[in-house]
Structure formats: structure tokens, C-alpha cells
Design a protein around this ligand. Structure first.
Ligand code: NDP
Length: 250
């Protein structure tokens, strides 16, 4: 029963595919009512078919002005509360540091960090209302490791972890826990792009991963359900790798 999310409402940004959808399915399987966001209408429609019928699907570009307020209003109007916020939407522009433009930097930092901050700040009044608030921020193993082709991404994901710790200390007294999840190499649209341009990437990174394979989106479901649940009520301010042992290799 400690994992039971009945009566709780979860919002998963970027929940229309990849890791977000894997997490959304796990939250729903444990009883949470759901809202997800995504930019792509066709993907939103396909994701809705994999999720419970009453799932609220919101089309939104979270870097657009006022988007987070509209999303949170829709969640409030449909579900009347928000207990679990999964800040998962994210992007990467793969370039070496000397090639990164101001526009690249802005896009990656605003998607991965700025929009996460705006959504979390906007959700705070609802998250504290029932003293069971949960924020789950999606970082990356690149929150800790460097990679030559992802400088803006690495900067944004490193900052996600520090932001997570600040929030955890600020909101603990209000019953809100805030944790980061750091996925390793996971098979999604995001990494399909990298695999298409970097020959042998899958094999190389699988070989560096003690479990010998990349993760699937569903491999991230358990950690989301756990962190969202009462079982994790005393867990806050952490950054948990879910990476088949990649981070343990140092
Ligand atoms: P996907 O590309 O499958 O999913 C990314 C999601 O973010 C999509 O739903 C996408 O929506 C949404 N999104 C992107 N930009 C915006 C935006 N401006 N506004 C709103 N939504 C946006 O990739 P993943 O599932 O891999 O990525 C999910 C998270 O996991 C990201 O934060 C990523 O950095 C992180 N991660 C992924 C790893 C991996 O190996 N795959 C490893 C470590 C971390 P749409 O498709 O509709 O545009």
C-alpha cells in the first residue's frame, strides 16, 4: 500500500514518448490520475492510447511564454489538484563547445532548466496543498560526466541537480520532496538522433554499461513510482542514477 498513488494527480512534461511515457505508465499503474504534455500532436494522440482514458493530454511548447501557466490551469481545472510533478521534457543539440551558438545555448538551457524552473515554481501552491507534494526532475548521467558533444546539455543537467537540492531544502517543511533521476543511455527518440550520426554508439556505450545494454523507457517507471509514493516520504534532495551501473564505473 505504501506505493499506492490512488487519489494523487501527476503531471509528466514530455510524457508523450520515451522516458516520460515510461514514467507516466508506471504512475498510472499505481493509481495516479495523469496529465501529460508534449509538443507534437500526433505523438500526443498515440501516447493517449497507451494511457488511461481520463488522462489529460496537453499540447504545449514549454519554452513559449505563459505555457506553464496554461498547463497548470488545465490540470487544476480537470483534476483539482497536483501532487506529483515530473519535469522530464528535454532536448539536446549535439555540437562541440566551440560550435555552440547563442541560440543553441538558449534553446537547450531554456528547455532543460528554465522551463523546469517555471513549471516547478508555478506548481508550488498546488504541491504544498496536501503536504504530499513530489517533484521528480530528470537529470542525466551527464549531470555528473562530461561528453565532448553535449556542453550545453551537460551544463543544464548539472544545474538541474543543484536546483533539485535547493528546492528540497526549501520545501521539506511543507511536505514536498524533490529528487532528481539521472538516466543512463536509454533507447528513445533523443538518442536515436545521436545513434543515427555516430556509428557504433550503441555498442560502445553498452560495453561501458555494466549491465551490457541500454535501458528502455519502461526501466525508468519503477523509480518514478517509488519517488512519487509514500514509501519515499523521507527521501529528498537526492540524485539517483538509473543507468545499468554506468555511473558506478567512474
Ligand atoms: P524524447 O525525445 O523521447 O522525449 C523528449 C520529450 O520532451 C518529448 O516529449 C518532447 O516533446 C519534449 N520536449 C522537448 N522539447 C520541448 C519543449 N520545448 N516543450 C515541451 N516539450 C518538449 O527523449 P527522452 O525520453 O530520452 O528524454 C526525456 C528526458 O530524459 C530528457 O530530459 C532527457 O534529457 C533525459 N535523458 C534522456 C536520456 C536518454 O538516454 N534517452 C539519458 C539521460 C537523460 P515532443 O516530442 O512532442 O516535441
Amino acid at each position: 500500500m505504501m506505493w499506492d498513488l490512488s487519489g494523487r494527480v501527476a503531471l509528466v512534461t514530455g510524457g508523450n514518448g520515451g522516458i516520460g511515457l515510461g514514467m507516466a505508465k508506471a504512475l498510472a499503474a499505481n493509481g495516479a490520475a495523469l496529465a501529460i504534455t508534449g509538443r507534437n500532436a500526433a505523438k500526443n494522440e498515440a501516447a493517449a492510447k497507451e494511457l488511461p482514458g481520463q488522462t489529460l493530454v496537453i499540447e504545449a511548447d514549454l519554452t513559449a511564454k505563459g505555457a506553464h501557466e496554461r498547463v497548470l490551469d488545465e490540470v487544476r481545472n480537470r483534476h483539482g489538484r497536483l501532487d506529483i510533478l515530473v519535469n522530464n521534457a528535454g532536448t539536446n543539440i549535439r555540437k562541440r563547445p566551440e560550435e555552440v551558438t547563442d541560440a543553441d545555448w538558449e534553446t537547450v538551457l531554456d528547455t532543460n532548466l528554465g522551463s523546469l524552473m517555471r513549471m516547478t515554481r508555478g506548481a508550488y501552491p498546488m504541491l504544498k496543498q496536501h503536504r504530499v507534494g513530489r517533484v521528480i526532475n530528470i537529470g542525466s548521467i551527464l549531470s555528473i560526466f562530461g561528453m565532448p558533444f553535449s556542453p550545453a546539455y551537460g551544463a543544464s543537467k548539472g544545474a538541474v541537480v543543484q536546483y533539485t537540492k535547493s528546492l528540497a531544502t526549501a520545501w521539506a517543511a511543507e511536505g514536498i520532496t524533490v529528487n532528481a533521476v539521472l538516466p543512463g543511455w536509454i533507447e528513445t527518440e533523443l538518442t536515436d538522433g545521436a545513434r543515427a550520426t555516430v556509428p557504433g554508439l550503441y555498442e560502445r556505450q553498452a560495453a561501458r554499461t555494466p549491465m551490457g545494454r541500454w535501458g528502455k523507457p519502461d526501466d525508468l517507471g519503477g523509480i518514478a513510482a517509488f519517488l512519487a509514493s509514500d514509501a519515499a516520504g523521507f527521501v529528498t534532495g537526492t540524485a539517483i542514477p538509473v543507468d545499468g551501473g554506468f555511473a558506478a564505473m567512474g
